[in-house]
Ligand binder design. Sequence first.
Ligand SMILES: [Zn+2]
Length: 315
Amino acid sequence: MKLGWLFLAGLAAAPWSTNGSAQTMDFGKIEIITERLAPNVYMLSGSSGIDPGHEDAAGGRIGVLAGPDGILMVDAQYAQLTNKVVAAIRRISSGPIRYLVNTHIHRDHTAGNANFAKMGAVIFAREELREGMVRLSKAPDATSNPVANPAGFPAVTYGMGPAVKIYMNDEIVDLIPIRAAHTGGDTNIKFEKANVVFIGDFYRNYGYPFIDINNGGSLRGMLEGLDLTMKSADANTTLVPGHGTIIKRGDIVPYRDMIVAVADKVQQLIGQGKSLQEVLAAKVTAPYHARTAGGTDDSAVRFVTEVYQELKGTK
Ligand SMILES: [Zn+2]
C-alpha cells in the first residue's frame, strides 16, 4: 500500500482538497478572466500557470447570471481571490449578489463562500455538501480552513430529487442534483434560456477524472452523472466544467468510454489478484495519455487508485 499512502498524503495538501493546509501559490499573481457565454451569462476563470493543482486556470471556475434582478453566482473560488472576483463581477453589473450555488465542496469552489455570504448572498447547495462542511468545522484544523467557516455554510439545501428552480432576470436556473459522483454533494446548474450548464468537476479535460471517494464520490455516480448531463443537454448546449475547456454534449461520450474501459481493465486485474501497486504498474491509462491534457502520472495514479479502491471494496 506504499503508493496508496503516498497518494493519500498528497491529497492532504492538494489545493482541491477540503482541508485547510497551507497554500504555496502566489494569489497576488492570479488574474480573473471574464468570458461572456450568453447575453446575461458569464464565466470567470483564474489565469494559468500559477495554481499547481490547476495549471490551466487557477482555482475553480465561476458562473455569473446578471440582470435587473441582481446576480446569481455558481461557485466562489479561493477565499484569497474574493476581491478580484468581485471586481470582475462589478465590471459586468453593479447589482446585488443575491444567490450563490456550490457545484461541490472542494475549496477551490467554496472557500470564498463566507465572503459572499457577508455581502448578503444566500448560499444554495446539496445537504450532503453542508454536512461535509459541518464535519470539517469539527476537525482540529477548522480555524485555518475557510471551507469549515460556518459563515460560508449553505443557507438553503436540497437532496436528490427534482431540480430546484430559481426564477430571475427572465431566466430559469435549474439546480440539478447529481448522485454521488465527483463528491457526495454534486449539483449541475443549468440556465435554461441561455442553454448553458455549469457541470462542476465530474467531467474534466485537464487531467484524468477525479472521483473523490474521501468526500463521498463514486465511480457509479460519475457514470450516472455523465449520463444525466448528456440527457439535460442538446447538441448546442454549452457545458462549462469547473476546470479545463468548454465542451458540448458529444465530448462526454469518449470521456465516459475511457472511464468504463479503465474500470473494466482494473476489474480484470483485481480478478487476477493484482495488488494496487501492480495495477498502477500496468499503466492502464496509457492508451489515453496522448489525448489527455494535463494527464500527468500523478493524475493517472489518483484516478486508477480511486477506481481500484472502489471496485475492490476497500473504500
Ligand atoms: Zn472539485
